[in-house]
Design a protein around this ligand. Structure first.
Ligand SMILES: Cc1cc2nc3c(=O)[nH]c(=O)nc-3n(C[C@H](O)[C@H](O)[C@H](O)COP(=O)(O)OP(=O)(O)OC[C@H]3O[C@@H](n4cnc5c(N)ncnc54)[C@H](O)[C@@H]3O)c2cc1C
Length: 344
């Protein structure tokens, strides 16, 4: 393992924020990480585990260890007639894993195509898109507890998955280093496979029609999702961003009714728990932020929910911009936005 000192993280986060890590190390195996855990200095010091850096906002130099997870490997851990358990190293690129499964006719990940980042981060915020979440197919994960160096296996019941949420963003924040994640996928090659594609979400069906798809397939579903995403979201290689900056808030029914009488056009989605989900992008747009720029940070011109670094912005600038948005949404609607992006 090569330990680097005073390493720039500019190319290691999709916001493209230029901060310095005091120590930086890339870990390519479970044993390498265990070796690090044996160093009391490592265990005592502040640490940041980094995957693809597509869900973090780095607000200053990091006075500790940044550990980049690059543990590779995709394998089949178990198989039955209709199902396969695919185990992927935490350092595997997420979209590559999705493509790997589609090529083999393993179903369940196709709606999550083209989400940036690595597999080890997928359970952290229970990634989701187009009516699917990783928890729908999650089997288990393996991790190292950083304090003890012990290996643990965690099942879905341990992880408290929620909407862009899990126990790893709350009580167990910074406690575990995820080394692999396993997913249970349906085998479409099985003679009695009855797989239900999730095509009725957002404009997936319209895109499939535009593509003139007659028979649904994993490839077609994935391609439709990729086309929509490419058209909709800014490419971090061209414009620094971390996707949706805020979560969509869920508000109580009474608050919704009061707001709806003032804003009858407000989009809303009733949830199973009786609360009403409101798109954060709509709230932000109503406050006049869409396409606005303050200094080098701003709100994307077509996606109000995506904050961008127009070039050379500091993490603090982006954070202050986000705080201004949050403040005006609270003032206008009485709704507190919470960030989806991890503020470091
Ligand atoms: C253009 C764009 C579009 C996006 N679209 C979506 C979307 O549709 N749906 C969605 O859910 N997300 C989306 N995201 C957010 C992001 O891609 C996901 O959250 C992704 O899972 C982050 O992966 P990462 O490897 O980049 O994680 P990082 O940003 O590196 O890390 C995220 C968090 O996970 C922790 N972490 C990472 N790896 C490990 C590990 N191995 N062990 C323990 N902790 C770890 C980090 O410490 C950090 O707190 C989007 C981002 C961008 C830039």
């Amino acid at each position: 393992m090569k330990i680097e000192k005073n390493k720039s993280l500019k190319l290691l986060n999709t916001f493209g924020i230029d901060v310095i890590a005091k120590y930086f190390v890339e870990v390519c195996s479970v044993d390498e990480f265990r070796e690090l855990c044996r160093d009391p200095e490592f265990v005592r010091t502040r640490r940041l585990i980094l995957g693809g850096g597509s869900n973090v906002l780095l607000t200053g130099d990091f006075d500790g260890w940044v550990v980049k997870n690059s543990i590779p490997g995709i394998s089949i851990a178990a198989e039955t007639g209709g199902e396969v358990t695919v185990k992927a190293g935490a350092g595997e690129n997420w979209h590559d894993l999705v493509m790997w499964s589609i090529e083999r006719d393993y179903a369940g990940l196709e709606n999550l195509s083209l989400i940036p980042g690595l597999t080890g981060a997928a359970p952290i915020q229970n990634i989701g898109a187009y009516g699917a979440e990783q928890k729908d197919v999650f089997d288990q994960l393996e991790a190292i507890e950083i304090g003890s160096g012990d290996k643990v296996i965690l099942k879905a019941g341990d992880c408290a998955f929620g909407y862009r949420d899990s126990i790893f963003k709350r009580q167990w924040k910074n406690r575990f280093f995820i080394t692999s994640v396993s997913f249970k996928l349906a085998k479409l090659s099985s003679p009695n496979a009855h797989y239900r594609y999730r095509a009725e979400y957002g404009n997936v069906r319209a895109m499939l029609d535009e593509m003139k798809v007659q028979d649904l397939s994993l490839k077609a579903m994935s391609e439709a999702v990729c086309r929509i995403r490419r058209a909709k979201l800014p490419d971090p290689k061209e414009l620094g961003n971390a996707g949706s900056f805020f979560k969509n808030p869920s508000i109580p029914q009474a608050q919704f009714e009061a707001l709806a009488s003032k804003y009858p056009e407000m989009p809303h989605y009733p949830q199973e728990d009786g609360r009403i989900k409101v798109p954060a992008g709509w709230l932000i747009e109503q406050c006049g932020w869409k396409g606005k720029k303050v200094g080098r940070a701003g709100c994307h011109k077509t996606q109000a929910l995506v904050l961008v670094n127009y070039g050379g912005a500091t993490g603090r600038e982006v954070l202050e911009f986000a705080e201004s948005i949050r403040g005006s949404v609270t003032e206008k609607f009485g709704i507190e936005l919470s960030s989806e992006v991890n503020i470091i």
